[in-house]
Structure formats: structure tokens, C-alpha cells
Design a protein around this ligand. Structure first.
Ligand code: URP
Ligand code: ZN
Ligand code: ZN
Length: 477
């Protein structure tokens, strides 16, 4: 199977030039002017379009048992939605419960993707407890499962969260294995106590989610992780950073030599905390953790992208239906939906709203539309933060995240002039709502390839479930 893309306005994290791109057997084999191609090669003319490296979302949840329910997408819907938006590689958070073995969990999470994924993928292996067997499990995850990144939660006390002793040993073990640890940084005790106070005061609606885990709670979590990373020498990656103070704490630690990278996510760049106060419980659609902050933080995050302080823009795609799942936290017993631990008839509150926003399909178009098209970021920052840095940080570069000879032919032909509207009625995600319903968008992924196979053509799905490959990685030691 071969494909040549002609007259491509190629944009990578560092370069922009016009050339043809020849793809053979899944790999980019030539880049240059007027390339000759073997007979039977498919030709696509990209005149007037950008050609970007396939985008990488380094933080998604597909299989996610969480807060008494399960995230809505499976790998068939989630990876199709990713590709429709131009994302060709997903890194999923494997989130076992504390009672599950992390190695068994990775095998389970892999089995959920195999045969269903249409884009390429790997995982961050969740470590949700550390006991006598965990160091050996972590070693097997790196050496036999070819996964070189872990995930810890400082929040979600009693669910995924780990304590400080466990955090210390997870970081020290990962460091010895040459693996990186991704971390959700919020102080679990501060959240638990603040939530109790708010609920006792009758503050039950989704608008109280943000005050229950304010900027200080996230900043303390980041400071905490930085201290532990400094003491153990571990390399860390802070997921879904939402606010100025958290970024500043991490930058200060980097200044002291801590090996840390910073992720933000599309909702923080495009939405603000007023969305969680929308009437008729609509605010529940915008409940995620850390919470969406005020617009000052949003402005700071765009600036931080421009400055290169933030490495990646992910989604933290965690899709729950509004009608049947977000309503588990409705304070009106008549409207609340039942869940395992939430018997109908009891007053619910915001702490029972499943946390997360469906976004895997919208990340790239939001970043382009709200970032590049408005002049907030340039094309290279767009490619770097939505693709290249994730590949570099997680050991996938230059196979992914770039346009180079020998790299995978994951390419996005982007129409910058396209305009359209986001809607749940037309999206490919499995959820019944979009957090950006009705938003006008400029630019879209017109044609998308994964290892040279066209998966989206002129905005229409032509992909194949099961085409996606698990990406083996090896440690840096
Ligand atoms: O609200 C969020 N972020 N939901 C998904 C789980 C997590 O914390 O990443
Ligand atoms: Zn998280
Ligand atoms: Zn997450």
C-alpha cells in the first residue's frame, strides 16, 4: 500500500516547507519536490492545505470504571472520534482499583483496545497501591509489557489515590526502571474536608465543585509531587494543570533541577468556571477535576503555551452521559439517577457527579480555532503541544509526532478555511452531549492517515476498527 501527498504545506514543531510526502508500507519513505511514486500509488493533492504530523493525545480514559459508573466510550467509538478530530495516537490511563494488581490491570486494559482501536495507542500504567508485590509488577510492566510510563493519583481518596509512603516507593521504583510517572496533583485530604463542609452547609449543586477543590488544593498537590520527585530523582509529568499557581510551582521546581513536564487540557483553555453554574443542572456537564477555573487562568495558560512552559495539550477525555450519568449527582431526589452507592431517594450532591468531559474529538480543532486562528499561538506551538512534545516525553519520537523519513505515516491534511459547528448530534463520541455545543469552529482535519492507511477522507470516516497497533516503548536506562 503506497500513498503520495502532493504539494503539502508541511508544518512540524520546528519547520515549515512545501514538498511531496511518499508513504510506503506504513512509513514515510521520501519527502521532497516532485517525487516519483511506484505504480498504483494513491495520490492526494494537498494544495492549499497544511500537512501536520498525526496528533497525539497523551491523556485519555476509555475503559474507566469510576465513581459508581463506567465511562461511555469503548475503543471503537473513542478511537474513531479521535481520528475524526485528527488524533492518530492515544495514550490511555489504565486506572485499576486499589484491590487490582497493576500488571493484571494492564493486560485487561490492553485487551479492551485490541481489535477495536482504529488509531495507535499505548498506556500509562496506574499504580493505585504500593505493597510487597508492586516493584516486581512495575518491572514487568516496563520490561515485558513495553510500557514506560506510570500514573499516580494524589486525589480520589479511597478510590485511586495513594498515600505518601506509596508515592515515595512508586517514584523511586520508576526512577530505577528509567520510567516516567504521570500524576494527578490535588491534595486529597483538603478536598475531602472541604467537601464535607460544603455539603453540610447545603451547598449541593455543580457550581460548588470548583470551591471544593480550589487553586490552592491543586497547587499544594503539585508542590507535594515536586518535593517527592526531588527526593527520589524521578521524572514526572503533571497531568491536567489548570491554573497559574500550579504551573509556577512546577516551573520553580524545574529551576531547581526537578525533571518535570506540564500538561494542560482543552477544557481549561476554552471554558471557564461560570459553565459549572449553568441553570437546570447543565453545569454538571462541566464538572471535571481539577475544576475549570476563571478566565484569568485561561489567559495565563495560553501565554504559558506560547512561552513553552507547558509541554502538552491533552484532553483527559472522560466521557459520561448527561442524562444517565452526570445526573447521579443531582441534588433533587426526583431527578437524581440511581447508582451503586447512591440509593434513589437520598439527596445527592456535586460530589457524586462523575468527573470528566468528553473531548477527544474536539481537542485539535479547539486548539486551532481558539489558538492559531485567533493569533494566540503560532502553527509550530500548535504542532509541538498537540503532537511532538507528547511523543518526545513518552518515548515515541521520532516514530510519532513528526514528519520525517522513517517515521510512521501518520499525517493530517488540514483545511484551515473550513468552518463548521460542534454538536453532539454529529460527533462520533458516544456521549449524549458536547461541552462545546453550538461553538463555531475554523479549520478541520480533512484527511487523516494512520501508518499510511487513510482513515478519514474529506471529513468522512473510512477507517477500520482494529487497524490501531499497540506501541511498544523501551525505557531510557
Ligand atoms: O475529571 C476528571 N479529570 N476525570 C477523569 C479522571 C481524572 O482525574 O483524570
Ligand atoms: Zn486526573
Ligand atoms: Zn485523567
Amino acid at each position: 500500500m503506497s500513498l503520495v501527498i502532493r504539494n503539502a504545506d508541511i508544518v512540524t514543531a520546528t519547520r515549515r516547507f512545501t514538498a511531496d510526502i511518499l508513504c510506503e508500507n506504513g512509513i514515510i519513505t521520501a519527502i521532497g519536490p516532485d517525487l516519483s511514486a511506484p505504480p498504483e500509488t494513491e495520490e492526494i493533492d494537498a494544495t492549499g492545505r497544511y500537512v501536520f504530523p498525526g496528533f497525539i493525545d497523551p491523556h485519555v480514559h476509555i475503559h474507566l470504571p469510576f465513581m459508581g459508573t463506567h465511562a461511555k466510550d469503548d475503543w471503537t467509538t473513542g478511537s474513531k472520534a479521535a481520528l475524526m478530530g485528527g488524533t492518530t495516537t492515544l495514550i490511555e490511563m489504565c486506572c485499576p482499583s486499589r484491590s487490582e494488581d497493576p500488571l493484571e490491570a494492564i493486560r485487561l486494559w490492553k485487551s479492551k483496545a485490541a481489535g477495536k482501536a482504529s488509531c495507535d495507542y499505548t498506556f500509562h500504567a496506574g499504580i493505585t497501591r504500593f505493597d510487597d508485590s508492586t516493584a516486581a509488577a512495575m518491572q514487568a510492566i516496563v520490561e515485558t509489557e513495553s510500557i514506560t510510563s506510570f500514573k499516580v493519583f494524589l486525589a480520589y481518596k479511597g478510590a485511586f489515590g495513594i498515600d505518601d509512603t506509596e508515592l515515595y516507593h512508586t517514584l523511586a521504583t520508576a526512577s530505577g526502571l528509567g520510567a516516567i510517572v504521570t500524576a494527578h496533583c490535588e491534595n486529597a485530604e483538603l478536598i475531602a474536608e472541604t467537601q464535607k463542609d460544603l455539603v453540610a452547609a447545603g451547598k449541593l449543586g455543580p457550581e460548588w465543585h470548583e470551591p471544593s477543590r480550589p487553586v490552592r488544593v491543586e497547587t499544594e498537590g503539585c508542590h507535594h509531587l515536586m518535593t517527592f520527585a526531588e527526593m527520589t530523582g524521578a521524572e514526572v509529568y503533571v497531568v491536567h494543570t489548570s491554573c497559574r499557581e500550579a504551573v509556577e510551582v512546577i516551573l520553580a521546581a524545574k529551576g531547581r533541577g526537578v525533571k518535570a513536564s506540564i500538561e494542560t487540557v482543552a477544557p481549561y483553555l476554552t471554558l471557564d468556571h461560570s459553565h459549572a453554574a449553568l441553570p437546570d443542572f447543565e453545569g454538571a456537564k462541566y464538572v471535571m477535576s481539577p475544576p475549570i477555573r476563571s478566565v484569568e487562568h485561561q489567559d495565563f495558560l495560553w501565554d504559558a503555551l506560547r512561552q513553552g512552559w507547558i509541554d502538552t495539550v491533552a484532553t483527559d477525555h472522560a466521557p459520561f452521559d448527561f442524562a444517565t450519568q452526570k445526573h447521579m449527582g443531582h441534588p433533587d431526589p426526583e431527578k437524581a439517577v440511581d447508582a451503586e452507592f447512591h440509593p434513589t431517594g437520598k439527596a445527592a450532591n456535586f460530589t457524586l457527579i462523575p468527573n470528566g468531559i468528553p473531548s477527544v474529538e474536539e481537542r485539535v480543532k479547539l486548539l486551532y480555532s481558539q489558538g492559531v486562528a485567533t493569533g494566540r499561538i503560532d502553527l509550530h506551538t500548535f504542532v509541538r503541544t498537540a503532537s511532538t512534545r507528547a511523543a518526545e516525553v513518552f518515548g515515541l519520537h521520532p516514530r510519532k509526532g513528526d514528519i520525517v523519513i522513517g517515521g510512521d505515516a501518520d499525517l493530517v491534511i488540514w483545511d484551515p478555511a473550513w468552518t463548521g459547528t460542534i454538536s453532539a448530534a454529529t460527533h462520533s463520541m458516544a456521549t449524549d452531549y458536547s461541552a462545546w455545543e453550538g461553538w463555531e469552529i475554523t479549520g478541520r482535519a480533512e484527511t487523516v492517515t494512520v501508518r499510511g492507511r487513510v482513515m478519514v477522507r474529506e471529513g468522512r470516516w473510512c477507517g477500520e476498527a482494529g487497524w490501531g497497533c499497540f506501541l511498544e516503548r523501551s525505557a531510557t536506562t
